[in-house]
Design a protein around this ligand. Structure first.
Ligand code: HEM
Length: 183
């Protein structure tokens, strides 16, 4: 029965898992690259990856929000209690908000600080933010706090997904798993 629950479409699954993979690589890269005493080449490589992958995440998330706004999520199985539905909806909203806040503050921090974003620079896309040290510092502070909120919310999200996959086995996991089941 559980396998017959309607799932997300192919595009929604692709958007979900591409953002998941990039963000799960960007978080450790971000945490490591700001540490003191790293070899210069490693730090430069991590910054290069983090900044440019972050711009890609920003574009995918913008498209994902448009997609989600026009393609509602499939209904949850009826046995899920209403308090869990509310927590799921709130945590998903929080993840979307943080997935906008993170790339935007990262972009502002780098551009207002006068630093390059190599992929955009190579395409001749200029900064839309003037150099401004206080603005760069504020963006950096928000980026840091939002990163820890995102890590907390991701832990809740992954924990809930694994709970559905391994313990409840109620079809919620397979709604989003990339390999769609045939109905
Ligand atoms: C979903 C997207 C993003 C995630 C999850 C993310 C995550 C993180 C994390 C965890 C840190 C370490 C925070 C700390 O402990 O200090 C960090 C730092 C940083 N990130 Fe991001 N980031 C994202 C997008 C971006 C983008 C788009 C850029 C720039 C184009 C960027 C530029 C930076 C910079 C420059 C730092 C160092 C901040 C500082 O020391 O002032 N990030 N990021």
């Amino acid at each position: 029965m559980a396998d017959r629950e309607p799932g997300y479409g192919v595009t929604a699954r692709l958007l979900h898992w591409s953002v998941a993979v990039i963000v799960l690589l960007m978080i450790p890269a971000g945490l490591i690259m700001v540490r003191d005493g790293l070899p210069r080449a490693l730090q430069d490589g991590l910054f290069l990856f983090h900044k440019n992958a972050g711009v890609i995440v920003m574009l995918i998330v913008a498209f994902r929000i448009l997609w989600r706004a026009t393609h509602p999520a499939p209904p949850l199985p009826p046995q899920i209690p209403s308090w869990q539905r509310r927590i799921a909806a709130l945590s998903h909203l929080g993840l979307y908000v943080l997935l906008v806040v993170m790339p935007v503050t990262g972009y502002v921090r780098v551009r207002a600080g006068g630093f390059p974003i190599e992929g955009l620079d190579a395409m001749g896309i200029e900064s839309i933010i003037p150099r401004n040290k206080p603005l760069a510092e504020t963006a950096s502070d928000i980026h840091q706090v939002a990163a820890f909120l995102l890590i907390g919310l991701l832990a809740l999200h992954v924990g809930a997904a694994l709970h559905h996959a391994l313990i409840r086995r109620d079809g919620v996991w397979s709604r989003m798993w990339p390999i769609a089941r045939r109905h």
